[in-house]
Design a binder for this molecule. Sequence first.
Ligand code: NAD
Length: 319
Amino acid sequence: MLGIEHPIVQGGMQWVGRAELCSAVSNAGALGILTALTQPSPEALSQEIARCRSMTDKPFAVNLTILPTIKPVPYEEYVDAIVQAGVGIVETAGRNPEPWMPQFKKAGITVIHKCTSIRHALKAEALGCDMVSVDGFECAGHPGEDDVTNLILLPLAARRLKIPFLASGGFGDGRGLAAALAMGADGINMGTRFMVTEEAPIHQKVKQRMVQASELDTALIFRTLRNTSRVFKNAVAEKVVEIEALPGETQFEEIAPLVKGVRGRELFESGDLDHGVWSAGMIIGLIDDIPSCKVLVERIVAEAEEIIAGRLQAMLGQN
Ligand code: NAD
């Protein structure tokens, strides 16, 4: 359905999903994704799509995330830019893509909707999405408010959905890929793991910090605002959690100066690890190197093949 060689998709990531990473992932035989809102305007997104096309002749997608933002986003204009650029695959996330489905479908676009619950996945299927990306509690960024992990979510998706689905959240190696396929997924979606690659357009210090980190180094912020976000547990994230734990309701304005996206962008540029917050999933506990996207994708696929053809096959016995 996606025209890719390996069942691996790069997650949409604010400030990270630029042409450098997206094209490297697609060139490795997986699916790269440009993040629409990383670009300051719909015109800039059109240029980024053209730039990515000049870097790969393989399919790639564009992510459109619809969540609360500090500044209003002209979503219609971003959607127009995506459609006019002739992008073949769109990943929507945050809120259901219903308002834009007629436009996407008319343009023949394959729509992957990223969702954090089975009810939202079923809704996406009913709306005509071609595929969903089922995002467990382990994931980076916004895991929703249900806190259900992928060991439950993925088999549930396999039981209830008719459309294909990707397993998202907690994936980064061949064991994860083999497990996802065993649980009924058609492939995996990885964000954090692709941040820690040679081609990811973020400061080397951020990548190195994620290599050193353990699975305990993420924090959940915005819990009290029902816009939960899993980020790297740095001093700023700990401060936000502390403010949210104070008696009384937290107002977003109290924490906005700490969490605003532009500070995350500056952190990725400067390598100053306590300048803002950045999304990171629990998979950081399993990341211990900074390979190229090609090496990473090939390694994951080879590991999964070895597990399926070797270890699992051997468990069937020799009859
Ligand atoms: P931003 O600077 O507008 O906001 C920073 C963060 O605060 C975001 O997580 C946003 O959702 C949250 N926020 C903003 N207003 C809020 C409010 N009134 N109440 C509660 N939370 C509020 O965002 P940005 O960094 O420029 O990112 C643009 C978009 O991309 C946002 O929708 C953001 O949520 C999304 N995003 C998604 C991921 C992910 O899931 N992987 C990661 C980063 C950003």
